[in-house]
Structure formats: C-alpha cells, structure tokens
Design a protein around this ligand. Structure first.
Ligand SMILES: [Zn+2]
Length: 342
C-alpha cells in the first residue's frame, strides 16, 4: 500500500505570489470496480488525498450505487481541503464507450446498460468529466506516475479475475475506436483450446487469469492420481497454486509453468508488435512477483525478436491499490489540458 500525501499549498503565501505559483486545481477520481468503489482527490503530481474505498454491493443496482459513489466523491473533496476540483475522471471495466461517455454493459456490473455516466457525473459535480476503460486508465497512471515513467512505449496488463490491458504509445494513451482496445487477454495462445468467456477457444484469459489458473488446477487435481497438497483446498484460488508450486508440489508446478509459458507466449507477440520499453504487469496474480515475472522474462528474452527482446523491461506494477484512482485522475488531467488547449 502506498502512502501518497503532499502539503496543501494555501498557507503563508501572499496573493501575488499565490497567483503566480498556484498549481493547477486537483481532480476527483472515481474508480468503479465489481467489488470495490474507490475515490480520491488527486493533485497534478499524482498525490492522492482523502482516498476512500467502499464495497460496491452490486445487487443495489446502478442508481443507488452511483448515488453512493457521488456522495463519496463529495466527501473526498471536502476532506481533502484543496478547494474545488477542475474535472472528474472515471475508471470502469468495459464494454464502454469512452468517447460518448457511456457504460455500455460492463461485464463486472450486471444490469448496468447504457449508463450515460459522464453526463451524470458532470451534472453532479458541475465540472467536465471523462471516462476510461480501467486497464487503459491504469496504463496511463503507471506511465505518468508509476513504474513506466519516462518510457516512450509502455504496455500494461492486469491479471486478476480476467486479463485486461492498455498501451501508451509515443506518450499518448491508445484508446481505440470506442475505448476498449488493449484486450490482451483474448490473444490466442492455444488454437482450439479452452473455451473463453468471449466465445472463442484458446484465449490467454482462459489459461492465465486468476480464475482460469484456479480452474485448471481444480481439473488437474480431479484428473490426477498423484498426491498433491492442493487436494481438499476449497475454494482453490490462484494464490494457492502459486504457493504450492513454490513449495515444490509437482501438480501445482505443472499448472504454474503452463501459465507462465502461455503468458510469455502472448507477451512475446506483444513485444514483437510494439517493441515497448516496458511491459507492466498488475492485478492480483502479479502479487506472486518473481515467481511469475522471472520465467516470463526469460522466455520473452529467448523468443522475441532480438532488438525488441533486448529493449524491453518486464516489471510488476508500481501503484498498488491506488492504481484505479490514479489512472482515473491521469485521464481527468488530460481532459483539463485538452480543454485548455482548445
Ligand atoms: Zn477470449
């Protein structure tokens, strides 16, 4: 967990100096997850203030949840004590239409159909608002404030329940036509393989997401006669597989190795296509650290085209639990800049 606070700029500065030295107004960041809502006021240096998290309680439906989210936002603005915000950034899972500012039908929020969230947020707070796919926002957050600072081309993968991604190319967030680009989870790694939620067979997500790692391990336990420490763990999670593999359990190691092999296979393609300076891996599964990154790095270095393989760093995400709000804030600051440039 990161601790990001800065001094407030108000005190002890006379009016003239204040006008000259006044930093840009902060923004409000809203992160809408399937299990958690997070808000923070964020200043231009990426420092978060009044960071707050609440359970989403999905069964309450969009009206009640958005009212609660907006109330959290107002409380954060009051608690931060930095004055009015310049804009609001919203990070949410897709499918969404970032340009239209509409949540089309987010997979993690059943029943949220065609919610005009940008218009609602702008009306609520009286300032411009912007929406971004959560993985794209996280990519921008890591690029501007996290481990990808200074990179020219940065890719971001989040590996948790599913697999999402985003790309910053030449310093600019790649959005795609509607803001849903970067679906690295649906790169095919096993033609004809496991059925993916998207309807195809053999996507990376069907093997290397936290959900799929656990599912493959459960199937392996059911099919194998060999002794394994995974027997009897219920519900079996990806972190149990990682822990058992690290302790030398043969069945867990086989599942884990297949995971890192297939992740490396997809990353090798991405590295060949984009020749990035850095690939950042975030999400819950990335907490296994070097156990995940080590073999992936080795395979990409071996298999990618040599110039691309030599150029790329593969690193764990740097922003931790605040990546959602920091990414949303980066999107909001881009909006403020865009408006100022017009
Ligand atoms: Zn798929």
């Amino acid at each position: 967990m990161s601790h990001r606070t800065v001094m407030t700029p108000e005190s002890g500065v006379d009016a003239t100096e204040d006008q000259m030295a006044r930093p840009p107004r902060p923004v409000l960041a809203l992160d809408i997850g399937g299990t958690k809502l997070a808000v923070a006021v964020v200043t231009e240096d990426g420092s978060t203030h009044a960071f707050a998290v609440e359970p989403t309680r999905r069964d309450e439906g969009p009206d009640v949840i958005l009212r609660r989210l907006f109330d959290m936002g107002h409380r954060a603005i009051d608690a931060a004590g930095l004055g009015p915000v310049a804009a609001v950034g919203i990070s949410c899972g897709g499918p969404l239409d970032a340009r239209a500012g509409v949540l089309v039908a987010p997979l993690h929020l059943p029943g949220w159909i065609d919610i005009p969230i940008v218009a609602q947020t702008a009306a609520e707070f009286g300032v411009p608002a912007a929406l971004e796919n959560d993985a794209s926002a996280a990519a921008l957050g890591e690029y501007r404030y996290g481990i990808a600072q200074g990179a020219e081309t940065a890719l971001y993968l989040t590996i948790s329940t599913g697999i999402g991604g985003g790309a910053v190319l030449g310093g600019t967030l790649h959005r795609g036509a509607a803001g849903n680009g970067g679906e690295y989870g649906h790169i095919m790694v096993r033609p004809g393989g496991r059925l993916c939620l998207c309807g195809r067979h053999g996507c990376l997500e069907g093997y290397a997401s936290g959900t799929s790692i656990a599912q493959r391990a459960r199937e392996a336990v059911a099919e194998s006669d060999a002794a394994t420490t995974l027997t009897g763990i219920a519900p079996l999670a990806a972190e149990d597989v990682a822990r058992a593999a690290a302790a030398g359990d043969a069945l867990a190691s086989a599942v884990w190795t297949e995971t890192t092999d297939l992740l490396a296979q997809a990353l090798t393609d991405l590295v060949n296509v984009f020749e990035p300076d850095i690939v950042v891996i975030g999400g819950g599964v990335s907490r296994s650290g070097e156990q995940l990154l080590g073999p992936v790095r080795e395979a990409v270095l071996r298999d990618a085209m040599p110039p691309a393989a030599r150029a790329v760093r593969i690193e764990a995400a740097g922003l931790g639990d605040e990546v959602g709000v920091i990414g949303a804030a980066a999107v909001a600051f881009d909006l403020v800049k865009e408006k100022a440039d017009v």
